[in-house]
Each structure stands twice: as structure tokens, then as C-alpha cells.
Design a protein around this ligand. Structure first.
Ligand SMILES: [Zn+2]
Length: 250
């Protein structure tokens, strides 16, 4: 099955094909195969970028989040032609729908063995031993339509997070474009905030924090296997998420 779209940052077209295959989930591009692992992350500035020899693959997080939600760790090759995973509608719901044809497959969750905390300024990511899996994500943005937001899974189902879109602020657009970023961003693939309000309408009340939780799952996938434990993310970033995945990966 094939999906085409443009990259959020490069604005370039890319194609993704999903193939059933034995063994761990891996990407196939430019004639090379590589696993999505934290040890292969080469950049986390605005999205998560994997690097393998001369190859670079940007914005892997929403596809990986869908794999996490579906519990697919084995049995799939993701063939990519292009520099970036397509942003589609800015969420993971299309990936989740596509992955419905692939069964959940992989190892049993590994218990988190001790408390792991990664911090940077007022941001933190925590993993602790616990029965089952739980995730709490909070954000704090000085914007009248965001402020403090929290999501807890459970009771919120991980699959519900998939509909939450990438979000951004109108005032950042110029600066990010000047850095060569978000060339593919539009109101079709992001929830955009103006100075005091929304430019387009949110899909769910707390869409920004739901999206942050989705990004976290995508980055946590880079630990290479599912984990059982309590996860808490406050004002997370790809950098901190990936750092945690790296520590879990060991
Ligand atoms: Zn995202």
C-alpha cells in the first residue's frame, strides 16, 4: 500500500510503501535498511530525524507514534522515497488507518527497571516502574487559547491521540521559513494560532497537548521495544523524548 504527500519541513513530495516482512520494523530507502532506533537520531530541532550512513529521514515521529499505538514492532518494512515522511493532515490518523492491515506483533513490554528522569530547564521527562502502561503529558504555553493543558492515558485511549495535529504559531512562521523549515506547512496540516486566538478550528479541546503526547509516543518507539511503566512528560521536546528512549534502549 502506497501513500504520497509532502514533507512539513522540506515541502518536498515523498512516497511511503508498507510491506509485510519478517523481523523487526525497519525503514528501507536508497537501497539501505535501518531500524528506527534512538541511537540513529541525528537531529531533534523541530522534528525527529534519523540518519543512516549518507541517508537522512525527517519527521518520522507521527508514523512511529501510529506504530506504537498499534503495537507493531515486527512484521513490517517501511519503504521511503523522499527526504521526509509526508505530513498528511498533521496528525497520525491516516497512518493509524493504514496500519490496520498489519497485526500487532512484537515482544512483551519490558518493565522499566528504575526511575529515569531527563531534564532541561523547565522541561522534564520521567519513566518509573509501574503496573501496566500510563502516560501523563502537560504543556504550558503563554497563549490565551492554550495555557496549561494535561492529558492522561488512561483514561484517554492512546488511539484517540492520533487525530491531534501538529500546531504552530503564526508569529513563528517567518522565522522558521527563514531557517528553511516548515516549507510544507499550511492550514491543511496544522492547527495554527494567531496572537490571541486560532486561525483554524481545533479538532478536540486540548489538541496541542494531545499532539505532544503523540510526538512522545513516536519518539518512545525509538527505544526499539515496548515498555511497561509510568511515563510523565512536562513541556517535552523531541530532544528530551529521544534522550529517554536512548536511556531505555541502553
Ligand atoms: Zn508532531
Amino acid at each position: 500500500m502506497t501513500i504520497r504527500g509532502i514533507g512539513l519541513h522540506t515541502g518536498e513530495p515523498s512516497t511511503v510503501r508498507l510491506h509485510p516482512a519478517e523481523g523487526p520494523v525497519r525503514f528501507w530507502m536508497g537501497g539501505l535498511e535501518f531500524r528506527p532506533l534512538a541511537s540513529s537520531v541525528v537531529d531533534t530541532t523541530r522534528c525527529t530525524v534519523l540518519g543512516w550512513h549518507h541517508l537522512r529521514l525527517m519527521t518520522v515521529e507521527h508514523l512511529l507514534a501510529a506504530l506504537y499505538i498499534r503495537g507493531i514492532w515486527e512484521g513490517l518494512i517501511v519503504e521511503v522515497a523522499g527526504p521526509e515522511i509526508p505530513i498528511l493532515d498533521g496528525s497520525a490518523q491516516e497512518w493509524l488507518a493504514l496500519l490496520q492491515d498489519f497485526p500487532p506483533q512484537g515482544p512483551h513490554p519490558t518493565p522499566v527497571s528504575g526511575t529515569i528522569r531527563v531534564e532541561e530547564g523547565r522541561s522534564s521527562v520521567l519513566a518509573q516502574p509501574a503496573e501496566g502502561f500510563s502516560l501523563t503529558v502537560t504543556i504550558l504555553f503563554p497563549h490565551p487559547k492554550i495555557g496549561y493543558q494535561q492529558v492522561q492515558c488512561p483514561p484517554t485511549a492512546l488511539a484517540a491521540l492520533a487525530s491531534a495535529r501538529t500546531f504552530g504559531f503564526l508569529h513563528e512562521v517567518e522565522a522558521m521559513r527563514a531557517q528553511g523549515l516548515i516549507k510544507g506547512a499550511s492550514l491543511d496540516n496544522a492547527l495554527v494560532f494567531s496572537e490571541h486566538s486560532f486561525v483554524n478550528t481545533p479538532r478536540v479541546l486540548h489538541e496541542p497537548v494531545w499532539h505532544k503526547a503523540l510526538d512522545f509516543l513516536g519518539d518512545l518507539y525509538l527505544a526499539g521495544r515496548p515498555y511497561q511503566g509510568r511515563f510523565a512528560v512536562h513541556r517535552g521536546s523531541h530532544r528530551l523524548h529521544v534522550e529517554l528512549a536512548k536511556l531505555l534502549q541502553g
